[in-house]
Design a protein around this ligand. Structure first.
Ligand code: SF4
Ligand code: SF4
Ligand code: SF4
Ligand code: FES
Length: 587
């Protein structure tokens, strides 16, 4: 594509055909404020609704102002971003948005992260001269994972684009007109009664406090203050490479040791690692994969292949509601979060000689779907959940601030034993491609009975939404598929439904862009996908630096099998570590 030349504020710039004026301005380092626009590069997330008009500019020869985010740059175009007319319009537009917006910034969950707040600050709005009715017709919609407060919705429609175009779930759409216009599930149903997967990606892109996580931090504080409870915490792999961002560190900064110290200072009795449970997941899922493959190679006809990974609860929700005919092909292995909870409330409670009801299991997750998952009835025993409380990476950061811990001042600590012992295979669960790579590291050595010639399966890594690779198991060729983002997963599942023409044997799916590193509970990326890539690099760096990088070499996991479970896929392992799926009929 040949470049085209435009001039912005007297400066010449060349941009590829198809670029917008905003792209040109960014290339020149000229800041044009935006609000509704969002371009998460390398994903399908481009919101070009041009609904807010904050980004208007003057284009020579054009009568009206142009929204720079949605106006194509044309050869020879001359643009001004800072005329009086532009500045006045921007100010008026922002005042109009603020005029019917609730003024509860002091208590809003998004305060400090709100793009509308930042815009008002940038434009220098001190008084709102336009008065109007504040919208108050919408009740808050609470689910275990997400709260919708539609009085705060500014109709940017980013959530709708994310849910419909990227995730292809279709839970949200614009309804009503004028002041009552809002993005909502059909018939204004609560999210829990819809096909929503609770992936939280709409929350990740909402610029204001209209969508937020259901915050469980205070319940954690209450549990910690209860002397009758033993409170343990598990931390998911993706948290350690993102938490630092909340404290001003560069994306991808690894702060595992300080995070563990902070959790100990907060008062958790033991600080454990979900990576331990990820290694355990591999033992179960890898064995299941080899079992199904063995039957297939022996000529059995009805073997459910390809096996699909099952560690992402949003993905599981998606299959249950949108592909019920394929419900028998995901692995029956529980997610690492739930495996951890099940083991903690049985094996570990036995070690402590306490009743499971006196043990509180808290998870720190990059994920909002994990809040929903922990609440599923099948993950509880006599009403006592395997995982009691789930907080996000953002919530942990707030908790650390609340209790006055200066994380930068802390020394490093190690996770506690035994449920904090892990391998490099466990940590790469946090990234797209990581789960299947971890599974193959173990499955190869179990099947071939020789050490892997090379631990890294680089052909499985990357940021492409759908990837395919062939892996050689000493002559046995396995076709592996990988998808991140539910829209990409849908494409692969549709292929499977149509006869699996590429002969996939195993497919990994994660609902979020980049996998859990881009989860709905992570620090806000504000549309900068390079942040997610830096977290990915950090995940692989941790793996690289681990002394043990294969799940079947995790001594604590082996001890769990020796002392408690027997062997992978044993009767006891099946009872504790596997689950079943059922069709969900939702709107
Ligand atoms: S809920 Fe948030 S993301 Fe969705 S339209 Fe409203 S303001 Fe935009
Ligand atoms: S949580 Fe995910 S599936 Fe649910 S509405 Fe938001 S983007 Fe859609
Ligand atoms: S990809 Fe990870 S963060 Fe996203 S919904 Fe799935 S488990 Fe949660
Ligand atoms: S940011 Fe361009 S119209 Fe909203």
């Amino acid at each position: 594509m040949s470049d085209i030349r435009i001039v912005i504020d007297g400066k010449e710039v060349f941009v590829p055909k198809g670029s917008t004026i905003l792209d040109g301005a960014k290339k020149l380092g000229i800041t044009i404020p935006t609000l509704c626009h969002l371009d998460l590069h390398d994903t399908k997330m481009v919101n070009q609704t041009a609904s807010c008009r904050v980004c208007v500019v003057e284009v020579e020869g054009r009568g009206n102002l142009a929204p720079s985010c949605a106006t194509p740059a044309l050869d020879g175009m001359v643009v001004r971003t800072n005329t009086m007319r532009v500045l006045e319009t921007r100010k008026t537009v922002t005042e109009l948005i603020l005029s019917d917006h609730p003024k509860d910034c002091l208590t809003c969950s998004q305060s400090g992260e709100c793009e509308l707040q930042d815009l008002a600050e940038m434009i220098g709005i001190r008084d709102i001269n336009i008065t109007g009715n504040e919208m108050s017709t919408y009740k808050k919609d609470y689910s275990t994972s997400i709260i919708r407060d539609m009085d705060k919705c500014i109709m940017c429609r980013r959530c709708e684009t994310m849910c419909n175009n990227v995730q292809e779930v279709g839970a949200l759409s614009g309804i009503n007109r004028g002041f009552n216009a809002v993005v909502s599930p059909a018939f204004e149903l609560p999210l829990t009664e819809t096909v929503c997967t609770h992936c939280g990606q709409c929350v990740a892109v909402c610029p204001v406090g209209a969508l937020s996580e259901n915050d469980h931090t205070w319940k954690v504080v209450e549990a910690l203050a209860n002397p009758e409870k033993t409170v343990i915490v598990q931390v998911a792999p993706a948290v350690r490479v993102a938490l630092g961002e909340e404290f001003g560190h560069a994306p991808g900064t690894i702060i595992t040791g300080k995070m563990v110290t902070a959790l100990k200072q907060i008062g958790f009795d033991q600080v454990f690692d979900t990576d331990f449970a990820a290694d355990l997941t591999i033992m179960e899922e890898g064995t299941e994969l080899l079992g199904r493959l063995g039957r297939f190679l022996a000529g059995e006809k009805d073997v459910p292949l390809p096996i699909l990974t099952s560690c992402c609860p949003a993905w599981v929700n998606f299959v249950e509601s949108q592909f019920p005919d394929l419900i028998d092909i995901p692995s029956s292995a529980k997610s690492p979060q739930q495996m951890f909870g099940a083991v903690a409330k049985s094996y570990y409670a036995d070690i402590l000689k306490i009743d499971r009801k006196d043990l509180v299991v808290v998870s720190v997750m990059p994920c909002l779907a994990k809040k929903y998952e922990a609440d599923r009835v099948e993950f509880s025993v006599d009403g006592n959940p395997d995982v009691d409380l789930v907080i996000s990476t953002r919530e942990l950061a707030h908790l650390i601030e609340q209790v006055n811990i200066d994380i930068d001042e802390l020394e490093d600590s190690e996770f506690d034993k035994p449920l904090g012992v892990s391998t490099g295979a466990g940590v790469i669960f946090g990234s797209t491609g990581g789960v299947i790579e971890a599974a193959l590291r173990t499955a190869y050595e179990v099947h071939v009975k020789k050490p892997l010639p090379k631990i890294d399966f680089e052909q499985l890594r990357g940021f492409e939404g759908v990837r395919a690779a062939e892996v050689d198991f000493d002559g046995l060729k396995l076709n592996i598929g990988i998808a991140h983002g539910l829209g990409n997963a849908k494409a692969l599942l549709t292929e499977i439904r149509n006869g699996n023409p590429r002969n996939f044997h195993a497919i990994e799916v994660m609902a979020c862009p980049g996998g859990c590193i881009g989860g709905g509970g992570q620090p806000y990326h504000h549309g900068d996908s390079s942040i997610i890539k830096k977290r990915m690099d950090a995940i692989y760096q941790i793996d690289q630096d681990m002394p043990i990088r294969k799940s079947h070499e995790n001594e604590a996991v082996m001890e769990l099998y020796d002392k408690y479970l027997g062997e992978p896929m044993s009767h006891k392992a099946h009872d504790l570590l596997h689950t079943h799926y059922s069709q969900k009929d939702k709107a």
